[in-house]
Each structure stands twice: as structure tokens, then as C-alpha cells.
Design a binder for this molecule. Structure first.
Ligand code: FE2
Ligand code: FE2
Length: 134
């Protein structure tokens, strides 16, 4: 199957270390989509989901460190968006682990829409600031 989201220059924000993270994040999202479409075993899905969530949390802390270091004025609002997503995907993960919810492409599509929206707007505003102040 083709990737559900492909990296291209329209996603590049001009801060290399952030762009690298986003490329990796998209790779993990595609890996989850592939595992769902191939009806992978439950423990494989659990593992890929955990990898995706852990990497996302790491990436958010990475951005938050940069924002704090360079005193980005929109830090708190940006951090709140990160926290909301982590809370949402962790809630889904708990339900999935408890067998209360299935892993479907709907989940991946929700994440994809969130990532696109956040990267293109919230992260872009941050990156424009960082490019001038780093
Ligand atoms: Fe962000
Ligand atoms: Fe980001």
C-alpha cells in the first residue's frame, strides 16, 4: 500500500532538527497504517502504537525545550496543544489495550489530520520564530 502521508517540501519548516523529527514521525504513522492494513497481530499493533506515542512525546519535549531556550512567546499555547494530543492518544491506547476499542484506519486518519494541521500552523509559527532567534 502507498503511504498515507508522504514527506514533501511543503512540510519543511526550515529548522533541520525539527524537520528530521517530523520525517521520522510520519514514518511511524505510515508504519502503523501498514500494520493495520496487513491485519498484523495485536501485540505488533500495540508495539507500533507505543513506538509512535513514545516518539511523539519525545518530539514534543524537543520542541518545548527549543521554545523555552529561545523564549518563544507562544510557548504555553503550543505546549497545551501537545498535551491535548498526548492525552487523547493515551486514552485511545488504554482502551485498545483493554480490548474496548479496535485499531482502525480512522485512528490513523485522525492522527494524520492532527499532525498536518499542527505542523502546518502551530509548528510553522514556532519555526519562523526559531529561525530568527536560534
Ligand atoms: Fe509542536
Ligand atoms: Fe512538531
Amino acid at each position: 500500500m502507498t503511504d498515507i502521508l508522504q514527506w514533501d517540501e511543503s512540510l519543511a519548516l526550515g529548522v533541520a532538527e525539527i524537520d528530521d523529527d517530523h520525517r521520522k514521525l510520519i514514518g511511524l504513522l505510515n508504519e502503523l497504517a501498514v500494520n493495520i492494513s496487513e491485519h498484523s497481530a495485536r501485540d505488533a499493533l500495540e508495539q507500533v502504537l507505543a513506538n509512535l506515542i513514545n516518539y511523539t512525546a519525545w518530539h514534543f519535549r524537543h520542541e518545548e525545550r527549543l521554545m523555552q531556550t529561545y523564549r518563544f512567546p507562544g510557548y504555553l499555547a503550543h505546549k497545551r496543544e501537545h498535551a491535548a494530543l498526548i492525552q487523547e492518544v493515551t486514552a485511545f491506547q488504554n482502551k485498545f489495550m483493554a480490548g474496548e476499542q479496535d485499531m482502525t484506519m480512522d485512528v490513523v486518519n485522525l492522527l494524520k489530520e492532527w499532525v498536518l494541521h499542527h505542523v502546518m500552523q502551530t509548528d510553522r509559527t514556532m519555526a519562523e520564530f526559531l529561525e530568527l532567534h536560534m
